[in-house]
Write a protein that binds this ligand. Structure first.
Ligand code: NIG
Ligand code: FE
Length: 385
């Protein structure tokens, strides 16, 4: 069964040879892109979709989210918007609500957000654990996430579990020992919140190294609230991404630029938006030569948005990105952060993850902030929206 999507006004391929095509068409065959070119030269297919002169882009790759959780943190948000600072201490509120929730409730909540993301054009999402913080609850979170995405991340080291408040070293032993044993079979990645009040550089190194020894590839919550060792550690360990990158020294920027083929700087503007913090400087990173991705960080505390178009608009308005750069970071950038070559671009052989926009070009994602421009979504060639 082949499908021809034709009369595409503007097709962003993210392919270095193909670029952005006008009056274009795409043929999808068996879940893959089979052909890309000018509408006039398109081959026949079993089914045909008329894009009506509108834009098509690759599906968004949201490479950083925390979707396995119970409850919400409306009260904390209200307090913050009345002037209180974000400290990440609220993570423990979500830990309590997550532990109390049934498997079914956690699954239903996750599905709700995955569908919400899909409606906004996201076709791949990474999901972290991190709100269980016991052996059973972390493994359960990863099992639930793994039923909906291949991109699962073990974040037992989100904060020190409340039971270990007086024994952080004991908690690191748990995270690198029995908890890792239980979680490794369900995870592809290992992550640490490397930050004052969470885990320091030495603890983070121990956790990431232990995870790597079990085949999990590191990624790091780095330099979100303060400058610290996270970015340098991510680069040193060959992590797939350093996420947040809000407070960077010149040496951090240089390290990310030098590691452009290994470690992606993943920027999460929803977190700064929802905590009224200063945004990361995407321009500085791009000008230095770093590879940049944009993601939502969707979680009930610091960034309760599931919307990649929202992140794109903020990144363009407040982080110095051009509309092209932001859309590429939200698609190809996310794919690179997940070390995936099958997504984030539209060339023959790529997975057929496509988004049809109710707009003449992808620039409208930033130009028309807050407007629901996603008109249709194909995931692996299957129309899902
Ligand atoms: O990425 N930084 C740590 N983790 C989340 C916050 C989680 C929360 O506040 O519940 C983040 O922003
Ligand atoms: Fe996060």
């Amino acid at each position: 069964m082949t499908t021809l999507i034709t009369n595409i006004g503007s097709l962003l391929t993210n392919d270095p040879e193909l670029g952005t095509l006008t009056d274009a068409a795409v043929v999808v065959d068996d879940g893959r892109v089979a052909w890309v070119g000018s509408a006039a030269a398109a081959p026949d297919a079993d089914a045909r979709v008329d894009a009506g002169g509108r834009a098509v882009i690759p599906g968004f790759v949201d490479s950083h989210s925390h979707l396995v959780f119970g409850g919400d943190r409306t009260a904390e948000f209200n307090a913050r918007m009345s002037g209180q600072a974000y400290t990440a201490g609220g993570i423990r509120t979500t830990v309590a609500a997550t532990r109390a929730a049934s498997d079914e409730a956690l699954d239903a909540n996750l599905v709700r957000f995955v569908k919400e993301m899909q409606r906004q054009g996201t076709t791949t999402v990474e999901v972290k654990s991190g709100y269980g913080l016991t052996v059973e609850d972390e493994a359960r979170a990863l099992r639930i996430a793994g039923a909906h995405t291949a991109e699962t991340t073990y974040l037992g080291a989100h904060v020190v579990a409340p039971e270990y408040a007086d024994d952080p070293a004991g908690y690191v032993d748990l995270v690198t020992g029995p908890m890792l044993d239980a979680c490794a079979p369900h995870a592809r990645w290992v992550d640490v919140f490397c930050e004052r009040g969470a885990f320091d550089g030495d603890q983070a190194r121990a956790i990431l190294t232990a995870g790597a020894a079990r085949g999990l590839v590191p990624r790091v919550h780095a330099n979100q609230l303060t400058e610290g060792p996270g970015v340098q550690l991510a680069v040193e360990l060959g992590a797939a991404s350093a996420d947040h990158c809000t407070h960077l020294s010149d040496a951090d920027v240089k390290a990310l630029a030098d590691a452009r083929d290994t470690t992606v700087a993943t920027l999460l503007p929803g977190a700064e938006f929802s905590t009224r913090a200063v945004y990361p400087d995407a321009r500085r990173l791009i000008d230095a030569g770093a590879t940049v991705a944009l993601s939502t960080d969707c979680n009930p505390g610091s960034s309760f948005t599931s919307s990649m178009p929202f992140c794109i608009a903020v990144a363009v308005r407040d982080m110095g990105m051009t509309p092209d750069e932001a859309v590429v970071a939200a698609t190809l950038g996310g794919a690179r952060a997940l070390r995936r070559t099958d997504i984030g671009h539209l060339a023959p052989g790529a997975r057929a993850d496509l988004v049809l926009l109710d707009a003449p070009s992808h620039v409208h994602l930033a130009y028309r902030p807050g407007v629901p421009l996603v008109s249709a979504v194909w995931q692996g060639g299957v129309r899902v929206v």
